[in-house]
Design a protein around this ligand. Structure first.
Ligand code: AGP
Length: 613
């Protein structure tokens, strides 16, 4: 999705800082980029272009061509209007005095555009964002005060926005506004920042303030003032970002995705270890009492993509541990399905970014219906984290690759921990099982290291299978839900068509797609249903499928009797087995994509955080 960076400094030139910030947000996915910088002698200078950031950087010689200590930058992911030089941001008012960058969608842009056109305003792009630049010019000419003009424009536009605005008449001033699209303010000795993503300014500052909806900020090199929508000053709380700068850098690895796969043992350790004390799960951030837990009649889990797949796995785990019905719904469906949420519902929303618009909107709907919301989020201070009743962080560190790996894994163990905690509160989990799961959970990092030790074998298997056009993942129970993630990983980065099926469901239709040579990834890590799963493997084998099996070490031999190739993972508690089983699937997808020459960290058409509906 789009990325915003803005900087106003004392002496430092803005353009190189803007390019650096944009480069750190490249992972979000974009199709064009641009910057605008203001200086006393040259006024507003705007450069933008379709394509990679490198094209922009070359065009302005790494920023050296643009003079000025205040500026804004943007990477665009097209929504209104195709990717093109003209549709790229910043957009500029007709008189050339105001430049802005915008994330989000102006829902009433068509009516505003027509209105402005009738007044003779000429548009140079197809975007919704450009109307804001022209409206600003109009109101600025009327009132002569930029801050007042911004306030007036915000009252006229509908939809979502994070805005960064500079004006030729305002030396060393940057104005920002936010509604339903993230925007963070950063404070440093050299100058001050706005960014839609904290990684864009992490190199310069960790001292941040999260803007809230309806707020406007005025930045100078000396400080930042924040106002509410009535332009009344508001006091904001500062936060220190504890993410490691190097964690958001590739550090010699060929791809972020590969680096993040390898980081999983440590990420899981960080998510789990601090939450276990004296053999008990301790969840700071979850304010629920035992009486409140007993009052829960039903659990809803809402999420998108991989986070939804974590929800699918958690349904199996939580229903067993909590003995309460758990419903998992795609966030994009939830809002429109008249959900049966009430005051007795616990609504868990899972999101790595904490900014996914579908998930955010679903959470608001759940709150409106009286549900108690618990957010599982990776990005501290993100919108979902701030709006939920309770939030528990996954502590995976910054995840840059579009295809999630370590965020997924930490979501999964955190959901297991919460399931255990609630099961204990409710008295629905036996003490022996509680201890057994907790013990195994602490062993996951070292067992994961063993899984990662098989990287070469998985690379070899990928070289054997990367030419397949269609791949099926089959499994039962937890293996089925884990297969959904394996299939999504493969699809998103290698562009191979792939489907995940409940193994027992194949014979009800899908088996007709199996023909000689079709690759079936047979997931047999869930011990209690291994035999049942194997009978389905035999069915596809009988129809000529090539089978790549995944099993636990103790069941490797049995899988080898039927499958053409096997990957084995260490055994753990059956409910935790997907935490180990998913990693070979991530590696398989990674190497298949590598063999196919795909752009692994930035797969086509995808964005890291999806802030449009
Ligand atoms: C997974 O690899 C994808 N990038 C995608 O499915 C992602 O999980 C989904 O968009 C949800 O994102 P979130 O966790 O940030 O809400």
């Amino acid at each position: 999705m789009c990325g915003i960076i803005g900087f106003v400094g004392r002496e430092q030139q803005a353009a190189p800082i803007l390019l650096d910030g944009l480069q750190r947000m490249e992972y979000r996915g974009y199709d064009s980029a641009g910057v605008a910088v203001r200086s006393e002698s040259k006024g507003l200078q705007v450069k933008k272009t379709k394509g990679r950031l490198q094209v922009l950087s070359d065009m302005i010689h790494g920023g050296a061509d643009l003079e000025g200590t205040v500026g804004i930058g943007h990477t665009r992911w097209a929504t209104h209007g195709e990717p093109s030089d003209l549709n790229a941001h910043p957009h500029v008012s007709e008189d050339g005095r105001i430049a802005l960058v915008h994330n989000g969608i102006i829902e009433n842009y068509l009516e505003l555009r027509e209105h402005l056109q009738k007044q003779g305003v000429r548009f140079s792009s197809d975007t919704d964002s450009e109307v804001v630049a022209h409206l600003l010019e109009l109101h600025y000419n009327e009132c002569g005060n930029m801050m007042e003009a911004v306030g007036r424009v915000l009252r006229r536009i509908r939809g979502s926005y994070a805005l960064g605005i500079i004006c030729a008449d305002y030396p060393n001033t940057l104005i920002a506004a936010r509604k339903d699209s993230p925007l963070i303010l950063g404070f440093s000795g050299e100058g001050n920042f706005i960014a839609s993503d904290v990684t864009a300014m992490l190199r310069y500052t960790r001292d941040v303030v999260y803007m809230d909806d309806g707020e406007i900020a005025v930045l100078t090199a000396e400080g930042i003032d924040v106002f509410d929508s009535e332009l009344t000053p508001v006091e904001k709380e500062h936060h220190q970002v504890d993410w490691d700068v190097s964690a958001a850098e590739k550090g010699g690895y060929p791809h972020f995705m590969f680096k993040e796969i390898l980081e999983q043992p440590e990420a899981i350790r960080k998510t789990v270890q601090p939450r276990i004390r004296d053999g008990r799960v301790v969840l700071e951030g979850l304010s629920m009492t035992a009486a409140e837990a007993r009052d829960i009649s039903r659990v809803f889990i809402i999420a998108c993509g991989s986070s939804y797949h974590v929800g699918m796995l958690s349904k199996y785990v939580w229903e067993r541990l909590l003995r309460r019905p758990v419903e998992v719904t795609l966030a994009s469906e939830f809002r429109y399905c008249d959900p049966l949420v009430d005051e007795k519902s616990l609504v868990v929303v899972i999101s790595q970014s904490g900014e996914t618009l579908d998930t955010m909107a679903a959470m608001r709907e759940a709150k409106r219906l009286g549900g108690r919301t618990l957010a599982i989020v990776n990005v501290v201070g993100s919108s979902i984290a701030r709006e939920a009743d309770d939030v528990l962080y996954t502590w995976a560190g910054p995840e840059v690759a579009v295809a999630t790996t370590k965020a997924y894994s930490t979501q999964l163990v955190l959901m297991d921990l919460i399931g255990l905690y609630l099961g204990d509160l409710l008295g629905t989990v036996a003490p022996e099982e509680y201890s057994a799961i907790l013990t195994e959970m602490q062993l996951l990092p070292q067992k994961l290291e063993q899984v990662l030790g098989q990287t070469e074998h998985i690379q070899y298997l990928a070289s054997r299978y990367f030419n397949h056009h269609s791949i099926f993942f089959i499994g039962r129970n937890l293996d089925y839900a884990m297969g959904m993630e394996g299939s999504l990983k493969l699809k998103e980065i290698s562009y191979i068509h792939s489907e995940a099926y409940a193994a027992g469901e194949l014979k009800h239709g899908t088996i007709s797609l199996i023909e000689p040579g079709t690759l079936v990834v047979a997931l047999g890590t869930y011990g209690p249903l291994f035999d049942k799963a194997m009978s389905n493997v035999v069915e596809v084998k009988a129809r000529g499928a090539e089978v790549l099996g995944l099993a636990t070490e103790p069941l490797r031999d049995r899988m080898e009797k039927t499958a053409d190739a096997v990957i084995a993972v260490p055994e753990t508690h059956p409910l935790l087995q997907p935490s180990l089983g998913v990693v070979p699937l991530q590696l398989f997808a990674y190497y298949v994509a590598l063999h196919r020459g795909c752009d692994i960290d930035k797969p086509r058409n995808l964005a890291k955080s999806v802030t449009v509906e």
